[in-house]
Structure formats: C-alpha cells, structure tokens
Design a protein around this ligand. Sequence first.
Ligand code: SAM
Length: 235
Amino acid sequence: MWRATVFTLFPEMFPGPLGLSLAGEARARGVWALETQDIRDHGRGKHRAVDDTPAGGGAGMVLRADVLAASLDAGLAADDTRPRLLMSPRGKPLRQARVHELSAGQGAVLICGRFEGIDERVIEARSLEEVSIGDYVLSGGELAAMVTLDAIVRLLPGVMGKEASGTEESFEGGLLEYPHYTRPRDFEGRAIPAILLSGDHTKIAAWRKAEALRITKERRPDLLGTMDGGTAPKK
Ligand code: SAM
C-alpha cells in the first residue's frame, strides 16, 4: 500500500478533498493510506509554541528547527526511506515526471509549512526536498500537500478507471491535451469537429496530435523544447 504521512499544524484539514471521489474511494479500498502528525504535539512550553521571531529581525515568525525535527523524529521510523517533501514556494516546481516517480515508490512524507518560513537548519539536517506547486504564495503548505497527493494518488494502479485516461492527458508526452467534445452534436450553434464523427481513427489521432501541438505552442511554448516533456518516465 502507498503510504502518505503529512506533518502539519492543522491535521483537521485532512483528508479534506482527498476523502472524496477517486482519491477517497481508493483510500477506502486500501490502495493508499493517509496519516497526519500534528507538529504542535512537539511544541515548547505551556502554550506548545512552535514558532519564534526571525534571527536578524524582520517580519513574521519562523517555525523552529528543534520542534519540527522532534516531530519528524517521533513520527517516522528510523528506517523510513520515503522522500520527505517540504512544501515551499522556493522549491523545485512539481512536474508530472516527479509525480510519476513518487507514485512508483512506497509513499511520501509531506511537510506543511506555515508562517514566514522554516528554520533552514532542519531542512538541511533532515534532508527535506523543497517542492513548489506554483509561482504564487499560499498561506500554508496544507493545500500544496493535498495537490501533490491528489496528483500522485490518481496514478496509483487501479485508481483511474481506464489506463488510457492517464497516458493521453496534459504533460504526458510533453504536450497539453487536445480538446474534448461529447453530446449534443450541436451546442448553441457550435458543432463537434466533423473528423471526430468520421469513425476514421487514424485521422482522429492525427487531428488530436495537431490540436495538442497547436494548443501547447499557443499556451506553453516552454514545454516544446523537451519533446518528451520531461514528463512520463520512459518505458
Ligand atoms: N515567506 C515564504 C516565502 O516567501 O518563500 C512564504 C511562506 S508561506 C506564507 C507559508 C507556507 O505555505 C510555506 O512554508 C509553504 O509550506 C506553503 N506554501 C506557500 N506557497 C507555496 C507554494 N507555491 N508551493 C508549496 N508550498 C507553498
């Protein structure tokens, strides 16, 4: 079973959306497991303080290295080799290729930051891999952890209905996905492209490829440099 352990100051946020739909059903079937660890359990003093003022001054508070280290050490077995992902806007952007790697492993540890930041020394001392879900700043790492887990869990064997739904979508093969259509044939005067109704699967595949290329060129030309897109691991 693929195992996720999430370190957070807000364990009550989980499973949240991960308890519903594909991820929720897969969890109920035992495809993956989710455990949360409350960082505050290792807070200091009567008020279980987890943060302190930044060395050198400045705005905001910093999550203490000793508190987070104590939480990680108590919550993880010494021989736990799962990747330890620290949700962080300055991390390496999460890409579908990394999502594939993570889903192929035993599981992952996800650490949710809060405040202005996390004491750098715990990042080094516990070999945390900083992961960003995009170039914007969230107020905490919980949503980032959920996004990361959702992307991973849907790739676990048996989670998606049809194998093909995972291999033909955006970022697989370095392109964004082609447009989709379904009934009705006419929607407010807009018809389904005739080729999709032709029954000629070779032509349909060629049209879809051309559309995927057109959309990628328009919206994400940066993806075209790497025609494997740096996405799905090579089989
Ligand atoms: N001061 C930090 C900076 O400028 O890099 C931002 C801290 S943010 C307010 C608090 C926490 O939210 C971070 O420690 C991180 O865990 C999470 N977070 C915010 N944006 C994120 C992103 N784009 N990807 C992943 N985690 C993010």
